[in-house]
Structures are given as C-alpha cells and as structure tokens.
Design a protein around this ligand. Sequence first.
Ligand code: CTP
Length: 245
Amino acid sequence: ASGLIGQGRMAEPETIVAFISSEISKTLPLRGKKILITAGPTHEVIDPVRFIGNHSSGKMGIAIAETASLLGANVVLVLGPSSIPVSEKNIHIVRVTTAQEMYDVVHQYYDATHIAICSAAVADFKPTTVSDEKIKKKSGQGMSLALEPTKDILASLGLLKKDQFLVGFALETQNELENSKKKLEKKNLDLIVLNSLRDKGAGFKGDTNKVTFIEKDNKVTPFDVKSKHEVARDILEHIITKINA
Ligand code: CTP
C-alpha cells in the first residue's frame, strides 16, 4: 500500500462497495422471500368528483415495505391513494384506487408469495352504482347513497392460504382483544396486529403506533409506543422467528 513493495493498488471504490453489499445481502434474513404488502386507504368512487375514503395515510404499510426490503425481501407493495413517498428503490409498487383494484392486484401475486401483510384500510362499503356525471344537488333536498360491501381481501387470502404466513391488522375502538381474536380465526391468519384508537400515539396519520400482537395460539404480546419503522421491525422479526422455527 505504501507503493514501495508489491502491487499495493487499492481496488476501485465502486468494486469495494459492490463486493460489500453483495456479501451483506447474502446474510440478510429475508433474502429470497417474496412479501406482498397492502397499504393506504381505498377510494370508492361516487361520481367523477367524489369518493368515499378514510384517514389512512399508508405510513405503517410503507414502513413495513421499506424495512422488509432492507432485510433482503423481494417486496410488492399494493398501495392505495397515499401521498407518502416510498424511499426504498427495490420495492415493486403497484398503485390502486379502489378495493376491487386492490383485490385484483393482490390475487395476481399471492400464489407466489411467502408472506402477505394486509395493512391497508380497505373501505368496507362502496356505492352500488357509480354515476358517470357529477351528481347535482336539488335545492332543499337531502340525498342518500345506496352502498354494498366490498370484497374482504384478507379473508379471501385466508381461504386460499397454502404455506403463506398471513398477517392482518385490526383497528378497534371497543372489545379490542376479543374482536381481534375473532378476526384472526375467521380470516385464517397467523398473526393479527391490533391498534387501538384509544391508545395515545396510535392511529392513522402519526409517525408512531402502539400495537399488540395476537397469535394463532392466543398468545398476546403488547408493545410500547414506537415509531412506525420500529413497529415494522418488530412485525418482521416476529415473522422471521416463526418461519424459521
Ligand atoms: N381488510 C381487507 N379487505 C377489506 C376489509 C379489511 O383486506 N375489504 C383487512 C385490512 O387490511 C386489515 C383487516 O382486514 O388487515 C381488518 O380490517 P378491519 O377494518 O379492522 O376489520 P373488518 O374485517 O373490516 O371488520 P370490522 O369492520 O367488523 O371491524
């Protein structure tokens, strides 16, 4: 290296970086795993200017996708209307608007997926008919909108499940544990992540979340308030432990 004896020439920095990243990637715990993640709200169209939506920002699901990618996974993120940027370059993002579009895309990828995490706040109802023209108000008259249920994406994945590790979220305002356990069983999940809207630091728009894990054997693990990226890490570490057990 002094230039006095032998070759001593440093390899090109790009070569060194490529070598290090390829060596590190071989040891990443989710290397070779395909993960399908849903995130964000869905918008159910009423007419060309209106929709039914909810307050989901997509932050939790995007944090899971980014963390999974950093842990070596091959990530497909099916993302409803969200303005949050996705920082990882290696994530395959499919943008959708409605619950039906999310359902269709998720089903294209599910069969080849090892782990599916449904964190999207999918609308439970959509207008029965979509008006091609903007609905005009009639003076002094109210309006009612006929709604029909959307397809439950997570439940449909539970029915088709073979070897996939399937994770759902539950957002509850009352009887949180009881309702979450019912959802876990009904939708054939391996893990349900409960966020209670009653907890400070939990919820849709913030950067933190407070979750409780509920497993198939009824094991309940509460966590402190953490950043959404830390929660994402806890979820993925749990999955890694389970799939390697
Ligand atoms: N979910 C879904 N498709 C739907 C509705 C919900 O995939 N059409 C998923 C969500 O992504 C979440 C889980 O189901 O992982 C729970 O959603 P939640 O709204 O809390 O529960 P619901 O099943 O809709 O039940 P309820 O409205 O009775 O609380």
